[in-house]
Design a binder for this molecule. Structure first.
Ligand code: SAM
Ligand code: SF4
Length: 467
């Protein structure tokens, strides 16, 4: 659920981590009380959880600082989706070994916290707060306990039906506001740790979501991204019983909202009503992230994905029948236990059949508390890397051809970045493509502009601002 249209080079994900490489040195300076530093790993939902954690702390009078040195409270919001992500946090924690500087309050939040629980205290006794991603509603109480001097506090429930509501959320992106509408996951994909770390599905009431969207629009946000591990499995718990497609339309109708995005959609719950909503409402972005994971029905069955290759392709056909051209992106896992060369060929041929506009591709990583962890037929790491490279190379060609077909066309871009070179800007189209462009204007951040595409690469478009 990070930014789309990158082919993630997962083989690079284990490359040296600059912080660990340098060796984190904690200086002798004593930080001010009520200061915090937070580092976030993983997906967009984690990034947004961190925004809410910041809101909770700022609301209690804490001040955010940019360095660990300057912070009294150091928080890591962790990810455990793949092993490398989970390992990172332990290398961070190692730097706070007793005697390595003035005592700080170290907290581990998120999926590693939920997964490892009390083990974290055993492995790193200097950690004082462990709060799992399914227990954030308890975070304010846990912080009160820390403030009262409790040595160790912990929140690890997953049987909660609460969602993480905050009075104030500190938002990092000035143009696009993220909004979680459903937490947890009730699916049971055999490779995935999320149902264990984030607990069961809990949806927010539609009225509360719409109140927040109106507040965001009043605060100047024009783009809303609705988030959920399976965002389209949304079930309005209020008597209104708004469907996900109705919610999309209602969010888009809020005055001031120009773009509505949503991620991640699960193929099983992806219905025609969502395509009709996109078709009928221009504010709903013409982009669907619909992870397939594998092109082989045999592997999909082993993954417990609940659809076959053919059923998935029917969903794609339904999206392609829309009047608007809708871009489609996906997640792919290679090297799942027992994956044969033929299964890999099925994935490559599915890329051809779908013609994705972007994918995230990953090497399978065995995770604790998952059904696939001990499945026979483990694929060696170097073979997984080879398969990943094949998928990435194949998809790069597809993306390049798709992007080249857009040369000469004009798209609206929301400008969200400025290059160091004068007159160079970066924005995103409704389809979520990155569009880098030149303009004589010098004040474009946050504006919606028309850009004509002049060149295309596999991961982005290049163009000129039409004035
Ligand atoms: N809920 C979303 C869905 O069903 O597609 C995705 C959630 S997950 C945070 C994002 C992606 O990580 C998944 O789509 C999958 O491709 C990948 N992933 C999850 N578990 C993995 C594992 N054990 N090894 C490698 N990749 C994994
Ligand atoms: Fe994980 Fe599957 Fe749930 Fe997505 S749908 S979060 S991959 S269990």
């Amino acid at each position: 659920m990070a930014e789309q249209f990158d082919i993630r080079l997962d083989s690079l994900a284990g490359a040296a981590d600059p912080l660990t490489e340098r060796g984190l040195v904690i200086s002798a300076a004593v930080p001010d009380e009520n200061t915090f530093y937070i580092e976030t790993f993983g997906c967009q939902m984690n990034a947004h959880d961190s925004e809410k954690v910041m809101g909770v702390l700022l609301g209690r009078g804490y001040r955010q600082v940019e360095t660990i040195d300057a912070a009294k409270l150091v928080l890591y919001n962790t990810c455990s989706i793949r092993e490398k992500a989970a390992q990172k946090v332990f290398s961070r924690l190692g730097a706070f070994r007793k005697g390595s500087g003035p005592e700080k309050i170290i907290g581990v939040l998120g999926c590693v916290a939920q997964q490892e629980g009390e083990e974290i205290f055993e492995r790193s006794p200097w950690v004082r707060l462990v709060c799992g991603s399914a227990s954030y509603s308890k975070l304010p109480d846990l912080i009160s306990e820390l403030e009262a001097g409790n040595r160790r506090v912990m929140g690890l429930d997953t049987d909660t039906d609460a969602t993480f509501e905050t009075e104030f959320t500190r938002r990092d992106n000035p143009f696009r506001a993220y909004l979680t509408i459903i937490e947890g996951c009730d699916k049971a994909c055999s490779y995935c740790v999320v149902p264990h770390t984030r607990g069961p599905e809990r949806s927010r009431a539609s009225a509360a979501i719409l109140v927040e969207v109106r507040r965001l629009a009043d605060a100047g946000y024009s783009e809303i991204q609705l988030l959920g591990q399976t965002v389209n499995s949304y079930k309005d718990p209020s008597p209104r019983r708004m469907t996900f497609a109705e919610l999309l339309v209602a969010v888009a109708a809020v005055p001031g909202i120009r773009r509505v995005r949503f991620t991640t959609s699960h193929p099983r719950d992806f219905g025609r009503d969502i395509v009709e909503a996109i078709d009928g409402v221009p504010e709903i972005c013409n982009h669907v992230h619909l992870p397939v994971q594998s092109g082989s029905t045999r592997i999909l069955r082993e993954m417990l994905r609940t659809y076959t290759r053919e059923e998935y392709l029917e969903k794609i056909a339904m999206i392609r029948e829309a009047r608007r051209s809708i871009s489609i992106t996906s997640d792919i896992i290679v090297g799942f236990p027992g994956e044969t060369e033929e299964d890999l060929e099925d994935t490559l041929s599915l890329l051809d059949a779908v013609q994705y506009d972007g994918i995230f591709a990953f090497q399978y990583s065995p995770r604790p508390n998952t059904a696939a962890q001990h499945m026979p037929g483990a694929i060696p790491e170097e073979e997984k890397a080879r398969r990943l490279a094949r998928v990435i190379d194949h998809q790069r060609e597809i993306q390049l051809a798709r992007n080249e077909s857009l040369v000469g066309k004009t798209f609206e871009a929301l400008v969200d970045g400025e290059s160091r070179r004068a007159g160079q800007w970066s924005g995103r189209c409704s389809s979520n493509r990155v569009l880098n462009f030149t303009s004589p204007r010098t004040d474009l951040l946050g504006e919606y502009v028309q850009v004509q595409v002049s060149r295309a690469g596999p991961n982005s478009l290049v163009g000129e601002h039409l004035i």
